[in-house]
Design a protein around this ligand. Structure first.
Ligand SMILES: [Zn+2]
Length: 300
């Protein structure tokens, strides 16, 4: 594995880090990775991490079904059912704030969400760097209003009413730069939706190094609410809303139970996951630290 070391924090430009937690890559080579903490803004980061030439290998695991869309087990089946529900839920979330227009989904994966938006007559653009995932997205029934590209630089010169990053910002090498570039593509009254896992949630604290949403080394960054606020402030974006993704507490707990139980479920692991997911959401009603959060922002 070729690794690279992050020396400057993308949130605060801090340069001092301390080791925080050791995590395993449970889906690919089962290597250990260190999660460090920025001493200034408390951002957590996977450091060192595989470099840009080798990180692609870590997405090749058969289990990474958000990219392959394959179903082999009951768990995959539940996952795909939940994904269908989530796609409609995301559409409703957007539709209640913007009724129509142009949407850019950055990191669209196999395209389920952006395809749905095109079906609902949005002018839709998806960006996906993984050739495997993008090819699958291209194979979905053609929609006139859907265009797919490999990178941001490839898309036509235009602005969008909505830009979405669903669990993407934690994967990109330079989140601050990306938010800045995306802001340039946002219409005057446009909205940007950023969903990321939250390591301050109860399920994260409960599962610690088995918490599935650390997902090392694919997740480079592990953001708190204050980290995202800083990132938006820095890019002169005005944070308007922070919303929970309650289903994620269950999904992440289910995966975490599996990792904790040496990679397999038994009769009690799903029950434990259900209880932890429920407890996480219940506690978050007071703390707002849900398993995953959606940040909605516009031009300041
Ligand atoms: Zn920092």
């Amino acid at each position: 594995m070729q690794t690279e070391l992050v020396k400057v924090c993308p949130v605060c430009n801090g340069t001092s880090f301390k080791n925080e937690i050791q995590c395993e890559d449970y889906t690919y080579r089962h290597q250990q990775f260190t999660i460090q903490q920025c001493m200034t803004c408390q951002l957590l980061l996977t450091n060192p991490r595989p470099d840009q030439n080798t990180i692609g290998d870590y997405y090749k695991s058969e289990e990474y079904i958000s990219h392959t869309g394959k179903t082999n087990t009951l768990f995959d089946w539940i996952y795909l059912k939940a994904r269908r529900y989530t796609v409609q839920w995301k559409y409703n979330l957007i539709n209640s704030r913007k009724e129509k227009g142009a949407i850019l989904d950055y990191g669209c994966g196999t395209g389920a969400f952006i395809h749905h938006m095109a079906k609902k007559n949005w002018e839709a653009v998806g960006i996906e760097p993984s050739d495997t995932a993008r090819t699958r997205a291209e194979q979905l029934p053609a929609k006139k209003t859907l265009l797919l590209y490999k990178k941001l630089g490839d898309i036509p010169e235009k602005k969008f009413d909505v830009i979405t990053l669903w669990h993407v910002l934690e994967h990109v090498p330079n989140p601050d730069q990306l938010i800045g570039s995306l802001k340039q593509k946002l219409n005057k009254n446009g909205l940007i939706f950023v969903a990321v896992p939250n390591h301050k949630s109860h399920d994260a604290q409960h599962y610690r190094n088995h918490w599935a949403a650390y997902d090392v080394p694919r997740h480079f960054w592990h953001f708190s609410q204050s980290n995202i606020r800083k990132l938006f402030d820095h890019n002169k974006l005005n944070l308007k809303e922070v919303l929970p993704m309650e289903l994620d507490a269950y999904y992440v707990s289910l995966l975490s139970e599996k990792y904790k139980n040496k990679g397999t479920h038994n009769l009690v692991t799903p029950i434990k996951a259900l209880l932890t997911g429920y407890r996480s959401n219940a506690k978050a009603k007071k703390t707002s630290n849900y398993s995953s959060l959606i940040y909605i922002a516009g031009h300041a």
